[in-house]
Design a protein around this ligand. Structure first.
Ligand code: ADP
Ligand code: MG
Length: 415
């Protein structure tokens, strides 16, 4: 029996010290401050963001920490322990979108420098250049949004050192101002890093609150805080990082979006969130593939609304936890069978978690690898994790990593 691998979050003090130490050692002076932003996990509402549907993310306790100081010129110097030790130097006057002469070739630096570029473009510039050191404990490429964490930590840092007045504080966030930062972070990811994603990740990182899930309506990006204090009712959310990443992920994401757009066009609606009768829609779509995609989107939107209503009624106790678990299970089955974005590693994790007593389990994020989540009573967490790890070992797969997720704080400077 191999040991379970827990990918625990660093404490805010540890993370801040790691980033500050890297800054000092690289640039040989004290950073102005350290800002951080969380990764996220989506509880339910998968592959509906780009169809105008609702989703329900929480901020993870895992954060990216950016130690930063503004410069007098427009240069950006960046360093991260996790990628490589060498300092990357960029110029805000010449950097530009993917596919243009100013494109950023070193991927990870695009996420940071891209935020300054986007704020410039949004009329908040010209921003000063900066020196920054990055340290993060958000698992990379696990579908937990390590990329948005980088962008959002940079966004709140630049907000403060350039006196943009948009973010407020962690304790008293300025939700309107943060919408502007969400857009800048998303523009950095879409245009400078060249990754075609919606605004869910950045919204979660900047606008979630501790102890709450964020009910996000992706039609207009309006939000509502929903109490989600699992600890108070003896529950935990176990995140299972499968450590698998299948090369199909990017192409399949694009083709699912295209399927949804085509379905909406045939049905004569703006977005699939506007479909009223799924049986009628299926008949109109004819082809089995588009009908199945639409079935997932419409049913997932209904499940997410039901889940949010459950949380509004009260804590997840008694019959409510059973219903919540069933909604999560149905979500996974729909993503596996109708949307076809799961994979063996995700299915095995979900099946093993359910068999070991989880109330519900599902893949989360884009699919084809990444992470699954399980809603588990606190005293069953170890047993469920063990069952998943054993199922992986029996297949000769690399060991999954586990996270116990409690809803954490949004991006900002932690005291
Ligand atoms: P996810 O956001 O789900 O973790 P992405 O592929 O969107 O997956 O983002 C992962 C990318 O983010 C990495 O390839 C790297 O470029 C960047 N990244 C994340 N964390 C770090 C880090 N600590 N140091 C350097 N780059 C990082
Ligand atoms: Mg990402």
């Amino acid at each position: 029996m191999t040991a379970l691998v827990w990918a625990d979050a660093a404490t805010p003090e540890e993370g801040a010290e790691q980033a500050a130490a890297l800054f000092r050692e690289t640039f040989d002076y004290e950073p102005r401050g350290v800002w951080s932003a969380p990764g996220r996990v989506n509880i339910i509402g998968e592959h509906v963001d780009y169809n105008g549907g609702p989703c329900l993310p929480i901020a993870l306790p895992h954060r990216a920490f950016v130690a930063l100081s503004p410069r007098a010129d427009r240069m950006v110097r960046l360093v991260s322990t996790q990628t490589r030790a060498a300092v990357d130097v960029l110029d805000l006057d010449t950097l530009g979108p993917k596919g243009t002469p100013g494109e950023v070739t070193n991927h990870w630096t695009a996420y940071l420098a891209g935020v300054a570029w986007a704020l410039d473009r949004a009329g908040y510039g010209p921003l000063r250049g900066f020196d920054a050191a990055l340290w993060s404990c958000v698992p990379l490429g696990a579908g937990l949004s390590s990329s948005a964490a980088l962008e959002c930590a940079t966004a709140v840092a630049l907000d403060e050192v350039c006196s943009l007045g948009l973010a407020g504080t962690v304790e008293a966030p300025d939700d309107e101002g943060r919408k502007v930062l969400v857009e800048a972070a998303q523009a950095a990811e879409n245009q400078i890093a060249g990754a075609n994603t919606g605004g869910l990740d950045q919204t979660a990182s900047l606008r979630c609150r501790e102890g709450h899930a964020l009910a996000l309506d992706c039609r207009d990006m309006s939000t509502r805080q929903v109490p989600f204090d699992l600890g108070a009712v003896g529950l935990e959310l176990l995140v299972i990082d499968t450590r698998a990443k299948h090369s199909l992920a990017d192409g399949q994401y694009g083709s699912r979006r295209a399927d949804c757009e085509e379905s909406a066009r045939i049905l004569g609606v703006d977005q699939l969130v506007d479909v009223e009768d799924v049986d009628e829609a299926s008949a109109a779509l004819g082809g089995e593939r588009l009908a199945a995609r639409t079935r997932h989107v419409v049913s997932e939107i209904a499940r997410t609304r039901a889940f949010i209503e459950l949380l509004d009624e009260g804590p997840l106790e008694g019959v409510r936890v059973a219903v919540a678990g069933a909604l999560m299970n149905d979500s996974h089955d729909s993503l596996r069978d109708d949307y076809e974005v799961s994979c063996e590693e995700l299915d095995v994790a979900v099946e093993a978690a359910r068999a070991a007593g989880a109330y519900g389990a599902r893949m989360t994020g884009g699919g084809f690898g990444g992470s699954a989540i399980a809603l588990v009573s606190a005293d069953a967490v170890l047993g469920v994790a063990r069952a998943v790890a054993d199922a992986y070992e029996a297949r000769g797969w690399q060991a999954p990593h586990f996270i116990r997720a409690l809803p954490g704080a949004p991006a900002g400077r932690l005291s």
